[in-house]
Design a protein around this ligand. Structure first.
Ligand code: DX5
Ligand code: ZN
Length: 214
C-alpha cells in the first residue's frame, strides 16, 4: 500500500483534532507536520509545542516532521522530546548534514532528507545509507496549495535507482489526479495537504491513493 501523509498545514487549525481524527480513520499512515521558520522559507507555522500536543492527543500516530529551517540542528532535541517519530531536514542547510542526521538518529528519531526543486538529486547520494526517508519537494517549499512541478518526480526514480529502500516521499501539489504519476516514478509515500483537506471527500481520496500500484 502507498502511505498517505496528510499535511496538517491544510487542515482547519480551529478544528485540528477532528480534522486529524478524520484522516487517521480514513487510513492515513502518518501526519505530516510542516515546520517553517521565516528564514529558510518565507512563512511561519508551528513549533515543538504543537508536536507535543499531537503526540498526547494521538499517541499511536506516526508524526512525520518536516523541518524547513535554516538551523534545524538547534531544534532537533526539542522536536524529539516533543514526540516526533521522524525528523526531516534539508540538504541545503549550512550545518554538516551528515552530522545532523547522526544526531537525529542518536535522539531515537528516524532521520530524513529533503531537497528544494532547484537542488540536484545527486546531492542526496552520499547520505542515502544514513537516512530513513527521502522527501522530494515537488513545489518550492513555503506554502501549501501550489501546483506540482512534474519534472521533480524523476528525483524519486533517481533515489530508487541508487538502491535506496527507505521511504520515498513526495511533497507539494499532489492531488488524486496526479498521484499515480508520483507512484509510478517511485514514491512510496504521498504528502498531501490541499489534495486531501481541500477535497469534497477526503476519505475517498486517501482510500484511492493508498491503493495505487507502482
Ligand atoms: C510546502 C510543504 C508541504 C505542503 C503541501 O512547503 O512542505 O508539506 O503542506 O501542501 P499541498 O499538498 O497543498 O501542496
Ligand atoms: Zn512538507
Amino acid at each position: 500500500m502507498i502511505e498517505i501523509a496528510p499535511s496538517i498545514l491544510a487542515a482547519n487549525v480551529l478544528n485540528l483534532g477532528q480534522d486529524i481524527q478524520m484522516v487517521l480513520d480514513a487510513g492515513a499512515a502518518a501526519l505530516h507536520v510542516d515546520i517553517m521558520d521565516a528564514h529558510f522559507v518565507p512563512n511561519l507555522t508551528f513549533g515543538p509545542h504543537l508536536v507535543q500536543a499531537l503526540r498526547r492527543a494521538f499517541p499511536t500516530a506516526l508524526l512525520d516532521v518536516h523541518l524547513m529551517m535554516t538551523n534545524p540542528e538547534e531544534y532537533i532535541e526539542a522536536f524529539a522530546q516533543a514526540g516526533a517519530d521522524e525528523l526531516t531536514i534539508h540538504v541545503e542547510i549550512e550545518a554538516d548534514v551528515g552530522r545532523v542526521l547522526a544526531d537525529i538518529r542518536a535522539l531515537g528519531v528516524k532521520p530524513g532528507l529533503s531537497l528544494r526543486p532547484g537542488t540536484s538529486a545527486s546531492a542526496l547520494d552520499r547520505y542515502l545509507g544514513d537516512i530513513h526517508q527521502v522527501l522530494v519537494m515537488s513545489v518550492e517549499p513555503g506554502f501549501g496549495g501550489q501546483k506540482i512541478q512534474l519534472e521533480q518526480l524523476s528525483k524519486l526514480s533517481h533515489v530508487r535507482n541508487q538502491g535506496f529502500e527507505g521511504v520515498r516521499s513526495v511533497d507539494g501539489g499532489i492531488v488524486q489526479e496526479n498521484a499515480h504519476l508520483a507512484v509510478s516514478a517511485g514514491a512510496t509515500r504521498l504528502v498531501m495537504g490541499s489534495g486531501i483537506y481541500g477535497s469534497d471527500n477526503p476519505a475517498q481520496v486517501i482510500d484511492a491513493c493508498r491503493k495505487l500500484l507502482p
